[in-house]
Design a binder for this molecule. Sequence first.
Ligand code: GDP
Length: 700
Amino acid sequence: MVSKQNINVALIGNPNVGKTSVFNQLTGLNQQVGNYPGITVEKKIGFCKLPNNIKANILDLPGTYSLNASSIDENVVIELLLNKNDKLYPDVALVVTDVENLKRNLLLFTQIKDLEIPTILVINMADRMKFKGITLDIPYLEDHLKTKIALISSRKGYGIDELKKLIISYRTISNEPCLSASVIDPDYFNSLRKAFPNQLLYKLWLVITQDVNFLNLERNEIRSSFTKSHSDLKRLQQKETIKRYQFINDVLKEGLKIDASVARDYRSRLDRVLTHKVWGYVIFFLILFVIFQSIFEWSKIPMDFIDSTFASLSTIAAEKLPAGVLTNLISQGIIPGIGGILIFIPQIAFLFMFISILEESGYMSRVVFLMDKIMRKFGLSGKSVVPLISGTACAIPAIMATRNIENWKERLITILVTPFTTCSARLPVYAIIIALVIPDNRIFGFLNMQGMTLMLLYLLGFGMAIFSAYILNKILKIKRKTYFVVEMPNYKLPLFKNVGINVIEKTKAFIYGAGKIILAISIVLWFLASYGPGAKFNNAEKIVIEKNQNKPLPPADFENAVASQKLENSYIGIMGKAIEPAISPLGYDWKIGIAIISSFAAREVFVGTLATIYSVGGSDNEVTIKNKMAAEVNPVTGEKIFNFASGISLLLFYAFALQCASTLAITKKETNSWKWPVGQLIFMSGFAYVVALIAYQILK
Ligand code: GDP
């Protein structure tokens, strides 16, 4: 009998038990991802149609080991389960467990049962039972754990229908605790019960021991009349854990049998190689190498396709729509702006595809374990490896990939330093400047100097990321309990469905999160570059004609000369000139100033802007831009603008400065505050300025 047509279901479980897979099985793509208010823990809700026209809201809670909160993720779980007024408060809880780790997983189950919520025990990974020689006595377990059990395999999809049926009949499921909290310390708990007869005993206990916000409970009142010293509380908590495990052991002794002769142990053999002190690293770097080669190779075609599609869309819009401001806005502002967002999608999608394959297969946990010792010295976590490496493609997905770092301080540091790694948007800038100022010589006959410079710039990026992490670790005063728990899950073939959903979710998050800001900035830049005050801008054509009276220009050159005249006197041109005094000690003129300002939206804009400024003829391939840039001289000193000193200074500037609006946007999103992105901007760009200044002054 169900009176409500909408059932709230909470998915709870230890990390790596397959909770996400169960969630995906139940909800498919009907998912919404957001954040819990005020914190950065991801909140996932999905919808599921059950038989008899009943709908379920499935809330995927963060993975948690127990209800003794040690991270914000765990607080989220406890706060929801204790607050009956929350609109997501579950009608039924599904505690997901892994059949191979049942003993450890059941600890959380027994705690949830004490909260007197109807609870279904979902035993996942049933497909592994035969392989491991495991048999379960389901009726016995249901009886002793006072629950209903769904034995499922979210990988193979079995048991899901039975699970749905159990969800519908949640009212018939017992909500009795399976062991009473008072076994921990009968005297203490009995007096607690007497003082608050209307409250759940276990809830009171959590109020006393946990540091979470509970509504509807006089926390101070309870605490003051039932104080215990910190060490006494700790002792009681330990006793609680022991009692619970005793209970679980007793139940499993009868309910679960393992035939050890069946279990073949390929896992430990594989682990020995993959976490080996030497081979572990070699294999890891080989895998990385292959991944990056593939990301760059495979992204090239779709990226070029997106690029040319949007270029032709711009042209079509400009030709087909009636001439005017609106058309210009659409063809020069909005369409290129959207193109500038979508162009990142191939890299983001491929990167997340690889990351989720590595995670799904169980390999990532080995890497995290391997790297943790090294990273910890710099205030980072083993889990920072993924973001730092991903940063070579693009900082946006990289920062998004920090989400699984439990410790907030380590996560924040990772977010802040990741933009130092050399992302692919820096490549076009590096490429053209290196070609201009570094001679194409070889040392020792085989080391190409230009290639070496590029490699040095990559190393510089990593080095700077690690170094700033070290400094930030020293200065940031954030205290967080650190529990580094790496799970060593079994090796598994990745589930295609999980990988696919992850890629779609991450890409969507990028488009909606950072995309809006990139688009807005592109439009602002378009406006600043397309308008200017005064006659010099408005009468550009006339001025160019007058200048070239003696020798009229061919049409393509004429148009470029006009564009260049307009840009010089547009608002952005005026801004470029305004910042010239600040950047001339770095060896740059106002034209580079414009390029720096406009490439604030995204670094790769630098080359395009210079191309416009130097009004390169119709064939604007890089060689001609390069030749033009090489020929550019300072009208006062007669020196080349792009010389060794200013070139190195520019390279260093782009290596360190946070020239990327999308990074700011994503940092804001992930840290939920403007404080961090603004700090990041000031520090990185300030540092870049100083380094570029010193380099130019020494080298000039
Ligand atoms: P979560 O951390 O609890 O969300 O777990 P995931 O859903 O990410 O799954 C962890 C790992 O277990 C992944 O590698 C999944 O492919 C794998 N997995 C999930 N369900 C099953 C299952 O039913 N059988 C097997 N053999 N593997 C599974």
